[in-house]
Design a binder for this molecule. Structure first.
Ligand code: NDP
Ligand code: GDR
Length: 371
């Protein structure tokens, strides 16, 4: 039985990865932060009473800012594989807490690598580092000749998050080369799911589309509608993480769909999924989306009603305009193929959010600060 340790197990990817590894027969350990209330909603269904005889999923309190605690957990669990998914992962929020993000997303990676080295586990433990397409920064001139970002494209991060993650990328590569460790970067492009955090743009859109259709929310306020992203499904992407650690040689891989779409396209697809066609009108901060037609009489959406407005509060000090990844290496070397396309992803998210909006009323447009 293999043993895996996941940092960030309470997050979107951590929860899907834990599911996948348990299905594959792993003993799975997860690190979670102490919070004043429970934050384990995404993994509660995996939890086994710790008094049972066969416990295959165990949680440990910890934090990526605390070396002593990481060393202790790694010593206790002796993992064959560590998946370092823990991070302050919101790009806009990273402008508000840049030092913290450097500590967790940058130095946190070093702490994991050093813990493995201090414990003499370099030849036993394989390490996956959650790197990101944010490293590329969306510079047009840095795309390859086919028009994509690949494993050889130069980096130019555009946020404190991206800069912290570039440290994580290089320190992982450096430890691989310096100490002959099996440590790999998965350079993952955006991936979403019904478990996506509510302040990332896709989930904000699907929750709001469902709430607006049910008359529970009036309007959705968004930032830059022109941003282009290569969106995949988190379920497909955690499969790629696992495959990266099963190869003979440790290497870095781009994981992406190779298709890009704008935030505006995502809005259009989300509303279309529930039979609402939109028309966009105006430019920049004056752009709005109105209802053009609605095929479901239950929704009582008037034709011409404004359902999306731009609020510049959501703009970022520096934006990543366009991301599109080249999955050629992951397809050929890992045999990885995503099962979901963009339409399938939107459908999965809309079905889930419509169901939960029918159960309860939440206001996804209200946050402590705009993100
Ligand atoms: P989430 O934000 O959903 O999850 C992040 C996880 O990290 C949560 O479990 C969170 O715990 C935990 N965490 C945050 N701070 C700390 C800390 N100081 N110590 C320990 N754990 C901490 O992110 P995703 O699941 O979407 O992403 C997983 C990883 O992949 C992240 O590193 C992200 O940066 C990276 N990534 C994500 C992409 C995406 O599109 N989703 C694309 C490319 C990279 P808590 O629940 O307590 O907040
Ligand atoms: P991103 O994801 O920054 O790509 O980082 P996010 O969904 O936050 O933004 C995508 C794009 O949408 C634009 N946008 C908005 N974004 C948010 N959050 N809220 C809005 O109201 C809004 N309106 C427009 C943004 O400006 C941006 O261009 C995600 C995270 O998961 C990172 O951790 C990961 O590394 C990258 O994806 C790959």
């Amino acid at each position: 039985m293999k043993t895996a340790l996941i940092t960030g197990v309470t997050g979107q990817d951590g929860s899907y990865l834990a599911e996948l590894l348990l299905e594959k027969g792993y003993m799975v350990h997860g690190i979670k932060r102490r919070a004043s209330s429970f934050n384990t909603q995404r993994i509660d269904h995996l939890y086994v009473d710790q008094h049972e005889q066969h416990v295959n999923f165990k949680l440990h309190y910890g934090d990526l800012t605390d070396s002593t605690n990481l060393i202790r957990i790694i010593q206790e669990t002796q993992p064959d594989e560590i998946y370092n998914l823990g991070a302050m992962s919101h790009v806009k929020v990273s402008f508000d807490s840049p030092e913290y993000v450097g500590n967790v997303d940058g130095l946190g990676t070093l702490r994991i690598l050093e813990a493995v080295r201090i414990l003499g586990l370099e030849q036993k433990t394989r390490i996956y580092q959650a790197s990101t397409s944010e490293l590329y920064g969306g510079l047009a001139e840095n795309k390859n000749e086919k028009g994509f970002y690949d494993e050889n494209s130069p980096f130019y991060p555009r946020s404190p998050y991206g800069v912290a993650k570039i440290y994580g990328f290089w320190i992982t590569k450096n430890y691989r080369e310096a100490y002959n460790m099996y440590a790999c970067n998965g350079i993952l492009f955006n991936h979403e799911s019904p478990r996506r955090g509510e302040t990332f743009v896709t989930r904000k859109i699907t929750m709001a589309a469902a709430a607006i259709a049910l008359g529970k929310q009036d309007c959705l306020y968004l930032g830059n509608l022109n941003a282009l992203r290569d969106w995949g499904h988190a379920k497909d992407y955690v499969e790629a993480m696992w495959r990266i650690l099963q190869q003979d040689e440790p290497e870095d891989y781009v994981i992406a769909t190779g298709v890009t779409a704008s935030v505006r396209d995502f809005v259009r697809l989300a509303f279309a999924e529930i039979g609402v066609a939109l028309v966009f009108d105006g430019e920049q901060e004056n752009e709005v989306a109105r209802v053009k037609s609605c095929s479901n009489p239950d929704y009582q959406l008037e034709i011409g009603k404004t359902v999306v407005k731009v609020d510049p509060t959501y703009y970022r000090p520096t934006e990543v305009d366009l991301l599109i990844g080249d999955p050629t290496k992951s397809k050929t070397k890992l045999g990885w193929e995503p099962k979901y396309n963009l339409q399938g992803l939107v459908k999965d998210m809309m079905e889930s959010d419509l169901k939960s909006q029918m159960k309860s009323f939440t206001r996804p447009d209200i946050h402590v600060t705009a993100v």
